[in-house]
Ligand binder design. Sequence first.
Ligand SMILES: Cc1cc2nc3c(=O)[nH]c(=O)nc-3n(C[C@H](O)[C@H](O)[C@H](O)COP(=O)(O)OP(=O)(O)OC[C@H]3O[C@@H](n4cnc5c(N)ncnc54)[C@H](O)[C@@H]3O)c2cc1C
Length: 404
Amino acid sequence: MPEFSLDLSEDQLQIQKWVHDFAEDVIRPAAHEWDEREETPWPIIEEAAKIGLYSFDFMTQCFFDPGGLLLPIANEELAWGDAGIGLAIFGSALGLAGIVANGTPEQLMEWGPRCFGTPDDIQLAAFAVSEPDAGSDVSSLRTTAVYDEAKDEWVINGTKTWITNGGIADLHVVVAAVDPALGSRGQASFIVPPKTPGLSAGQKFKKMGIRASHTGEVILDDVRVPGHCLLGGKEKLDAKLARAREGKRSNSQAAMATFEASRPSVGAQALGISRAAYEYALDYAKERKAFGRLIIENQGIAFKLADMKMRIDASRLLVWRAAWMGRTGKEFVSGEGSMSKLYAGETAVWVTEQAIQIMGGYGYIREHPVERWHRDSKIYTIFEGTSEIQRLIIARAISGIHIH
Ligand SMILES: Cc1cc2nc3c(=O)[nH]c(=O)nc-3n(C[C@H](O)[C@H](O)[C@H](O)COP(=O)(O)OP(=O)(O)OC[C@H]3O[C@@H](n4cnc5c(N)ncnc54)[C@H](O)[C@@H]3O)c2cc1C
């Protein structure tokens, strides 16, 4: 039994520094501009691709890091630079996560690299679950996938909404109902390859925060994909459907399996925002004077900073625990994945608000980044499962009762 340690390995430390340097030198200086422009920051993605940060190789290195910490470490550093740009870079990893969670190793090798492309030919991926009438309630998806046996093709119809990279992605991983009567147990994930006819972009949404990350609708109108685009394969799906029809427990639910894997990483992004705001507010409090003394000399300010730091560290411990559990196959018996995202998300909203308060009027204006960090933080209590849904998962897990 190895002794307990929170020390990062040499490799992890090196990668942490590498991502941090990119965040500091390239992302942070560009953050204000891309927030104002509210567009996908292509030049930054290109820079990230050039150094190998935006690449299948790096993402798989993160996903398959033996202890699981590399993914949250990289996410924290990127979001420390800027969460919107960070998500523009890591958004394709959501698509990859869908393939890792539900696909076969062959499917991962075939489609994974195409989520990122090459520095000369950058590709984007998206993971499309949510629909206008099915956000939290993923069991009631209306998008359907019907098998055309004669052609060995799946025909997908429906509308997806609020999708990160939705409609501008080259490759979309789409979750659809194969047997709607079975709810989430009757769903499957499909690769919709680049340039597939029938898939089109709907509206692009204007947002409160993470504005450098594209969020849009995806319209699927008689989209035909080859049989091998069903993630996990037909045999596995048929067996899963048969188990569900007999009322037996199913091992996996397409969307849920992906969310479980990605929640600690999303929590890590929130953590990166919290840390950025805390550091900025701490520096400010050590320089700003009022009533003839530094504002940090007042307990009212210093204690806020103490609480901010404590909650940030607690977020990181929850995120690392969940990432480690997920990667090493430990069962989330108390909703630990949800805990990490819930706590880190709510902490980011709280910490960034405290940072604005510490900075007074300077905190509220766009000359300083803290108001942007506050706007960016709010999404972390909404996407990848709202805070209420995370509490529901934890409450059900600890009680064994189906709480509504
Ligand atoms: C910027 C952005 C990016 C996104 N990216 C993606 C993406 O890439 N892919 C994707 O598939 N989706 C994405 N989403 C969608 C996101 O996951 C959903 O918005 C989210 O799951 C909430 O769904 P909803 O908006 O329909 O809210 P609803 O489900 O309608 O919930 C509304 C409110 O009711 C509460 N509520 C609902 N049910 C319960 C309950 N049982 N108990 C207590 N409270 C409840 C919710 O917590 C919330 O407060 C994105 C959304 C945004 C805004």
